[in-house]
Every structure is written in structure tokens, then in C-alpha cells.
Design a protein around this ligand. Structure first.
Ligand code: PMM
Length: 268
């Protein structure tokens, strides 16, 4: 899954693809690089981010989704808003990726159930403005707690009528998690796969990689974290992930093919 952030303020590519034509070209490029899915978002969820209004999000996302879907590209829409999900679905999106897993907008699960969209349920505790505050990163056992909370989010989606075969789960790296907690989650991907739904892993360029690669106390800049991101893609594929969400696709797509070949199949 290649990322197109149609935002001025995403942490690693904010402003690069804000113009619709630039975003569409980027989406096509990601597919040429090997992406099977392009994730289009119009609202940054970086730690501390403030929300954008719905009209702005719709204006950013819908033309890009329509153009890429019109090319025959499988598009996911990265949104916490039911109306944006619905409009993107009507514009040809194939999947709804909600970082709140249906918790931010009370209408989301109903809309997704009504239209029959595949739906990513990500582990989520709070909006970006507050998610790294201490009480939102407190866990007894981060792996067990994230699994239990994600399982409850899945139950809510099922109760709202989303079909079980439409659900994808994501442990939400960097969302209400410290760097150390992200590593614990990554070491336990099988625990999340055991929820019985396809698993999405989204580590690309996140801060904990900048911390890992820091030199002299300086974080490695976000755009220089792609090699480490691709390494995680390989490990995630090896652990049975269904998809990885990345900003630069080629190295991850190639790595996933290597893993697939070692499994004796042509895919990942
Ligand atoms: N992370 C970001 C945005 N969307 N979606 C899913 N399913 N999982 C994630 O971890 C996730 C996401 C934040 O990264 P970005 O600002 O670079 O897009």
C-alpha cells in the first residue's frame, strides 16, 4: 500500500502532494513502483496534529480518488469521517482505512456496513492532538492490551453490520505508543494476525525509526528512513502481514516478492 498524503502538514511528505495533479501523478508512480493499493488521505494524523474541516478534506481527497480509481487503480481512503468515506467510495475507492477504527465518527461503521466496503480497523485511543500524552501511552502489557482493545473495536464493527470478511486489522504503530512500545508490537505481529483478519502494518518513516537511526542525538530525518521502513516490510511479510503501508514503494514491493518466493509463491 503506497501513501499519498494530500495534506500540507503530514510529518514526512506534507505539502508535496497537496495539489490534485501532483497527488494523482504520485499515486500512478507508486503503482509503477509496485504498489497494489494507493492510500489517499486528506488529514494529517501526525502526533499533535489539529483536525481539518470536512469540506477541506473532501476537496483534497475526492478528485484524487476519482482519477486514480478511473485508471483502474485500487484506492483506499485514509479518513476518520463517514461522509468522506462515503464520497470516496462513490468516487471509486475500494477500501476505507480509518485510523480510529470507527471510533472518531459515530456514523462510520454504519456507512461502511451499508456500502459493504472493506474496512481497516486500527488500534486507536485518542485524536492526534492528545495521543502521545502519558495516560494514552500507558499499558499493563502493550501487546496484550492492544490486542484486547483492537478485538473490541472489531466486535463493534461486526455489531454494526460490517461483514467479518471485510475487516483488516492494524496495531497502529506510533498511535498512543512510545518508541519502545512500537518495537514490542512489531515483535509480536503474530499476536495480531491471530485475531483472524488480514493484518496491515504501517511503520514507514515513523519517529521510532528516526530514533533508531539517530546520530549524535539527532533524529534521522523522515525522508531518510525508507531503507529501515523496507526492512520492516520484509519482516512484516515474513510474519504473515497482508499489507504494509509505505511512502516509497519499490524496495518494499521487491522485498515482499522475495518473501513470497521463499514461501514458494509469486506474491507476498
Ligand atoms: N499511519 C498514518 C496514517 N494512516 N493508516 C493505518 N491504517 N495505519 C497507520 O499506522 C497509519 C495510517 C500516519 O502516517 P503518515 O502521516 O505518514 O501518513
Amino acid at each position: 500500500m503506497g501513501v499519498v498524503n494530500v495534506t500540507p502538514d503530514s510529518f514526512s511528505d506534507g505539502g508535496l502532494w497537496l495539489d490534485a495533479d501532483a497527488a494523482i501523478a504520485r499515486g500512478r508512480r507508486l503503482v509503477a513502483d509496485g504498489a497494489d493499493l494507493v492510500d489517499v488521505g486528506g488529514e494529517s494524523t501526525r502526533p499533535g496534529a489539529q483536525r481539518v474541516d470536512e469540506a477541506t478534506e473532501l476537496d483534497r481527497v475526492v478528485p484524487v480518488v476519482r482519477a486514480l480509481a478511473g485508471d483502474g487503480i485500487a484506492v483506499s481512503v485514509d479518513t476518520m469521517r463517514a461522509r468522506v468515506a462515503e464520497a470516496a467510495w462513490q468516487a471509486g475507492a475500494a477500501l476505507v482505512n480509518d485510523v480510529s477504527g470507527g471510533r472518531a465518527d459515530p456514523d462510520m461503521l454504519r456507512v461502511v456496513a451499508d456500502v459493504g466496503a472493506p474496512f481497516v480497523v486500527m488500534h486507536w485511543r485518542a485524536h492526534s492532538a492528545a495521543m502521545q500524552e502519558a495516560d494514552h501511552t500507558r499499558y499493563g502489557d502493550v501487546v496484550a492490551d492492544v490486542r484486547a482493545e483492537l478485538s473490541r473495536q472489531v466486535d463493534s464493527a461486526l455489531a454494526a453490520g460490517v461483514r467479518p470478511d471485510r475487516l483488516v486489522v492494524d496495531p497502529g504503530l506510533g498511535f498512543s505508543k512510545t518508541g519502545e512500545q512500537n518495537w514490542e508490537v512489531l515483535e509480536a505481529l503474530g499476536t495480531f494476525a491471530s485475531l483472524g483478519h488480514p493484518l496491515l502494518v504501517a511503520a514507514s518513516r515513523k519517529r521510532f525509526l528516526g530514533e533508531l537511526l539517530a546520530t549524535g542525538g539527532e533524529l534521522r530525518p523522515a525522508v531518510e528512513r525508507d531503507d529501515a521502513s523496507a526492512a520492516i516490510s520484509v519482516l512484516a511479510a515474513r510474519a504473515g502481514a497482508w499489507a504494509v503501508r509505505v511512502h516509497e514503494v519499490r524496495a518494499s514491493a521487491d522485498g515482499v516478492r522475495v518473501v513470497g518466493r521463499l514461501r514458494g509463491s509469486s506474491g507476498g
